[in-house]
Design a protein around this ligand. Structure first.
Ligand SMILES: [Zn+2]
Length: 408
């Protein structure tokens, strides 16, 4: 099947290209993809692929004989880890934010991920951010020792809702330069014409990253990931899958109507959660408090958090008030969804040590009590483990595991 020389590595693109339409071939590709996302035991491959143990065992044996897979021969479950043999290919993930783009890339058989970030995002007019993102993808892949020709998948998270059936944007904030009819997947596909590209909401992909590589490693049936940054989004994982809803709008927590007489939001509604605790609002509260005094106000959410950690009483107060409101919003969401675990990500996730207790106290005050009953494994509220890398890392793994045809 491979026209490779005796010692040359397998070409990942060839392994993932469909030879026939048979179910057997499809299962084989799914298992290869699962091991590319994360090496693991046959049990963990079953959890990822939803295939039977018998199927997995047969395919793993076949791939071990071919030399595509290697099984570590240690004792116990962990010892029998299935990993990739010499296979050459690169997987890429991109997180597009309002004011930054982060790219993650790694060889499909390696654990270490290369990250690059530019402070230049979707709020910058026209297509400039896109050109920067394309250049950053090529540069980051080259840092892994591979080239753009080796890319097998690109996942892109963008700050917009995406229709899961068509990959088109269904809802985008008017503060972005995109028009509603734009199709970011087409743009990337045009640039990387022989690589499958998947586009999804950036909070969904961050949730996926946290589920596969971070907090979710402990095994959770349902996980709510909140990305609290300049905007506030959320991703919901149910049984290992991203829950998107019919229009891809599920999880737009920042636009929960909290105060119908409140400030008009960038979405056009009034009193959304984002108008109360979005990054821009938090920064303006600090600016107001220090107006007229010879104290510099923080210019970014990150520096506001740093100042709060350093003891600045105004920054601290603004953040703890925000945490109380976040707790109220989470109580509403949890009453509706009852997740097993809530993960605080985005910039506010970096202040988890300051905020989690306040958030949880506020949730307890407003959510149904059963969720916090010590008799029934209460809902856990934790900080993100992957931090700012969750989105790009999740985009990388999500696109890699989807069995999509590689364009010829
Ligand atoms: Zn809104």
């Amino acid at each position: 099947m491979n026209d490779r020389g005796r010692d040359a590595p397998f070409d990942a693109r060839t392994l993932l290209t469909s030879r026939t339409d048979s179910l057997r071939e499809a299962n084989r590709r799914r298992i290869i993809r699962a091991v590319m996302v994360t090496p693991g035991t046959q049990v963990s491959i079953a959890r990822q692929t939803h295939l039977s143990q018998a199927t997995i065992s047969a395919v793993v044996n076949e791939l071990v004989q071919e030399g595509v897979f290697v099984v570590d021969s240690g004792e116990g479950e962990r010892g029998k880890r299935v990993r990739l043999g010499p296979v050459r290919g690169a997987a890429v993930g991109v997180e597009v934010n309002h004011s930054s783009v982060t790219v993650a890339a790694r060889p499909v058989g390696a654990a270490d991920v290369e990250y690059s970030t530019v402070e230049f995002g979707a709020d910058q007019s026209g297509n400039l951010w896109f050109r920067r993102a394309v250049r950053l993808i090529r540069e980051t892949v080259e840092r892994t020792g591979l080239t753009s020709d080796h890319i097998v998948s690109i996942g892109v998270g963008i700050p917009a809702a995406i229709d899961p059936r068509t990959s088109r944007i269904t809802q985008v904030s008017s503060s972005l330069g995109w028009n509603m009819t734009g199709d970011p997947r087409d743009q990337f596909q045009h640039e990387f014409s022989n690589v499958p590209v998947i586009v999804d909401n950036e909070a969904n992909l961050a949730a996926y990253g946290e589920y596969v590589h971070g907090v979710g490693l402990d095994g959770h049936e349902t996980m709510l990931y909140v990305k609290a940054s300049v905007g506030i989004g959320a991703g919901l994982i149910v049984g290992g899958l991203i829950f998107r809803g019919r229009h891809g709008i599920a999880g737009e927590m920042g636009h929960l109507a909290m105060d119908t007489d409140g400030t008009v939001c960038r979405c056009g509604n009034r009193g959304c959660l984002e108008t109360l605790i979005g990054g821009i609002r938090l920064l303006s509260q600090v600016r107001e408090a220090y107006a007229g005094y010879r104290i510099d106000s923080p210019q970014s959410l990150e520096s506001l958090i740093e100042r709060a950690k350093g003891g600045d009483p105004v920054c601290r107060r603004v953040l703890t008030d925000a945490a109380r409101v976040m707790g109220l919003a989470l109580a509403k969401v949890c009453n509706l969804l009852n997740p097993e675990i809530v993960v605080l990500g985005g910039e506010l996730g970096m202040a988890a040590d300051l905020l989690l207790t306040v958030i949880e106290d506020s949730m307890r005050l407003h959510a149904l009590r059963g969720m916090f009953d010590p008799e029934f494994a209460p809902v856990r509220v934790v900080g993100s483990e992957l931090g700012r890398q969750a989105g790009a890392r999740g985009a990388l793994s999500f696109a890699l595991q989807v069995d999509q045809t590689i364009p010829a």
